[in-house]
Design a protein around this ligand. Structure first.
Ligand code: GUN
Length: 311
C-alpha cells in the first residue's frame, strides 16, 4: 500500500470555534446577572509545567470575558490551608467555577488531590473530578465533565469522525483523562477497551482501534505497530524531553523539532511517535492538538456552571 500522511486534526481551530460559541453566553450571563461568570484557579507550588498551563487558562478566560482569579499557595502550604481556600471559593458569590491545578506537591501526601476534589462544591466543579460529577457521567447524565476528554469528543465530532459503531481503545486509566474518556466514548456507542500497564499484547489490542486515544504520559510510546492503517489517533500526552538521545529516537536527522531542541534545550512531545503519521488516517499534533481544547472546554464548563447556578 502506498504510504500516506495522516490528516492533522487542528486543535487550535476547533478550540477557537468553541471559544467563539461561548462568547454570546458570557455576554448574556453578564447582562442578566450584572457580573461575568467567575473562575477561581488555585495553583500550589511552582511546578514549571503547571505555571504554563495556569497562565494559559487565566489568559484564555480573561479574553473570553470571564472573571478569572488566580490564587497561589506556596509549595510548603499544608493540605488544611488548601482545603480552607477551597472552602472560601465554595462560599464566594462571584466564583461559579473552581479549578485546583494538578498535580499537587508530593509533600501534601497521597490522596491529597482526591481530598481536594471531594471538597469542591459539585456545582462549581468545572474539572468534573468530584465524585458526584463522575457518578453522573457514568450514569449517562453528565453535567460537568473533565475538560480534556470532553475536548477530545468535540474534536472528533467537529472533524466528522464517526464514534458510534467504532472500536475505541484508550491507553491510560487516569481519573483526569482515561476513565472519563472511555465513558464518553461508550455513551456515544463506541465499543471501548481501556488499556494500562498490565494489559497483555498492548500493541495488538491498540491496533484493533478505529479511534485510539493515548493518555499515558510517556514520550513517543505509541509506535506505528499500535495503529491500524487509517485509524484516528488522539495524542493526549504532553511530555517535556530534555535528553537529546530521546529526541533522536523520535525524529529523523535534520528534523525541525531537533533544531528546536538544540535552540531551547528541550521540546514538548506527545505519547504518540511521530512515525505514526505514516499509518494513521488522522492524528492530533503535539503541541496544538488536544491542549487548546482542554482550555476551551474549561471556559465552556465555567459558563455552564454559572448558568446552572443562576437559572
Ligand atoms: N493537570 C493536568 N490536567 C489538568 C486538568 O484538566 N485539570 C486540573 N485541575 N489539573 C490538571
Amino acid at each position: 500500500m502506498a504510504q500516506t500522511t495522516a490528516r492533522l486534526l487542528d486543535g487550535q481551530s476547533v478550540a477557537a470555534a468553541i471559544r467563539e460559541s461561548v462568547l454570546p453566553e458570557v455576554h448574556a450571563f453578564s447582562a442578566r446577572t450584572g457580573r461575568p461568570p467567575g473562575l477561581g484557579i488555585v495553583l500550589v507550588g511552582d511546578d514549571p509545567a503547571s505555571e504554563i498551563y495556569v497562565r494559559n487558562k487565566v489568559r484564555a478566560g480573561t479574553e473570553s470575558g470571564l472573571r478569572v482569579d488566580l490564587n497561589r499557595l506556596p509549595a510548603s502550604a499544608s493540605l488544611d490551608e488548601l482545603l480552607a481556600l477551597v472552602a472560601r471559593l465554595n462560599a464566594s458569590p462571584v466564583h461559579d467555577g473552581i479549578l485546583v491545578q494538578a498535580p499537587l506537591p508530593s509533600a501534601m501526601g497521597r490522596g491529597a488531590s482526591q481530598r481536594v476534589f471531594d471538597t469542591i462544591d459539585p456545582i462549581k466543579d468545572v474539572d468534573g473530578f468530584h465524585p458526584v460529577n463522575v457518578g453522573k457521567l457514568v450514569q449517562g447524565r453528565a453535567h460537568l465533565v473533565a475538560c480534556t476528554p470532553s475536548g477530545v469528543i468535540e474534536m472528533l465530532q467537529r472533524s466528522d469522525i464517526p464514534i458510534a459503531g467504532s472500536r475505541a481503545v484508550v491507553i491510560g486509566r487516569s481519573e483526569i483523562v482515561g476513565k472519563p474518556m472511555a465513558m464518553l466514548l461508550l455513551q456515544r456507542d463506541a465499543t471501548v477497551t481501556i488499556c494500562h500497564s498490565k494489559t497483555p499484547d498492548l500493541a495488538k489490542t491498540a491496533a484493533a482501534a478505529d479511534i485510539l486515544v493515548a493518555a499515558i504520559g510517556r514520550a513517543g510510546f505509541v509506535t506505528a505497530e499500535f495503529v491500524k492503517p487509517g485509524a484516528t489517533v488522539i495524542d493526549v500526552g504532553i511530555n517535556r524531553v530534555t535528553d537529546r538521545a530521546v529526541a533522536d529516537r523520535l525524529f529523523p536527522p535534520g528534523a525541525a523539532r531537533l533544531a528546536d531542541f538544540d535552540r531551547r534545550g528541550s521540546i514538548v512531545v506527545g505519547d504518540v511517535h511521530p512515525g505514526v503519521s505514516d499509518v494513521a488516517g488522522a492524528l492530533t499534533p503535539v503541541p496544538g492538538g488536544v491542549g487548546p481544547l482542554t482550555i476551551a472546554m474549561l471556559l465552556k464548563n465555567t459558563v455552564t456552571a454559572a448558568q446552572a447556578a443562576h437559572p
